[in-house]
Design a protein around this ligand. Structure first.
Ligand SMILES: [Zn+2]
Length: 297
């Protein structure tokens, strides 16, 4: 069975992790741009981070036969930092058209502040402009209200729900997200968020439609093998093979395919179109060959 981990921060992981993931069947991953722990003090460090996700990290993954894609955004936490927030928004159009970018994300709420609301909306507008899906983080604190506010903001924005993946769901938020038509992500994280047994129960109750699981592995205590471990738990619980394949491969492939990329590596990528000024000029630089030379990206 080929596995997809659609939310993992490989920039904070080692090559041992890549080797173990490949051995466990992980064939494709999506790495969302996020908060890196230490607050950033310059917009330029975001630019280098975006470049490393597009170039170096993709190259590292390829050494283990893993297809690496990324989502780019101003993360929810740093939306509250006026020293960098608007500058990152201004930077994004230059990067959203690059090959390997499969969504705007992760965006959403952290503390549910006014600044977060402003940049959350602004980045949904960017996604609409660049014909990209969005990956939405939901807050750890006051999660239910944060998810309700997220769904309201998504509805108001007019973005199609099939272009929206709302992540880090639990028993309380999943019944809100699924009826909205958005996709529902679940982060299997040691001790917090969600574990294998609870995930099995959710799949038994809700089935596999628009359901996605990920490890959300990062610098914290986390496990890049949570997707294969959850597959094992689902097999042992008697969940049908077709449902499992749908959750750990077909769903993430089909969701991120909406960006124009081919996350499963098959078929020609649909050329993305955009209404953004300067698209034609920038498209000349999107032929992809530069990413065969990671240091030139
Ligand atoms: Zn994350």
């Amino acid at each position: 069975m080929m596995l997809f981990d659609p939310h993992i921060h490989m920039t904070s992981r080692t090559t041992d992790d890549y080797a173990a993931m490949a051995a466990a069947g992980i064939a494709a991953i999506v790495e969302p741009a996020f908060w890196v722990g230490q607050p950033r003090t310059h917009v330029g460090t975001f630019e280098d981070y975006f470049l490393s996700l597009l170039g170096w990290e993709r190259f590292r993954a390829s050494q283990f036969g893993i297809r690496h894609f990324c989502t780019l955004a101003l993360n929810p936490k740093e939306a509250n930092n006026p020293r960098v927030a608007q500058g990152v928004i201004d930077l994004l159009p230059r990067y959203l058209e690059k090959d390997g970018v499969v969504a705007v994300g992760e965006i959403g709420f952290d503390d549910q502040t006014e600044a977060e609301t402003k940049y959350f909306s602004a980045q949904i507008e960017l996604a609409k402009e660049f014909n990209l899906p969005v990956l939405i983080h939901t807050p750890h604190r006051d999660k239910k209200r944060g998810t309700e506010r997220t769904l309201a903001l998504v509805r108001e924005s007019g973005i199609k729900p099939e272009l929206v993946l709302i992540d880090h769901n639990n028993e309380e938020t999943l019944p809100l997200v699924l009826p909205s038509g958005c996709w529902a992500g679940h982060s299997l994280y040691p001790k917090t968020k969600m574990d294998e047994e609870r995930m099995v129960q959710l799949v038994k109750q809700y089935g596999g439609e628009r359901m996605v699981i990920n490890s959300a592995a990062d610098w914290g205590v986390s496990d890049p093998l949570k997707v294969p471990q959850t597959v094992r738990a689902m097999v042992e619980a008697g969940i049908p093979h077709s449902t499992i394949t749908r959750i750990v491969w077909d769903n993430p492939v089909n969701f991120f395919r909406q960006s124009g990329a081919a996350p499963d590596g098959t078929g020609p990528a649909r050329r993305r179109t955009t209404t953004h000024d300067g698209h034609a000029r920038r498209h000349l630089f999107r032929s992809g060959h530069i990413y065969n030379r990671p240091f030139a990206a």
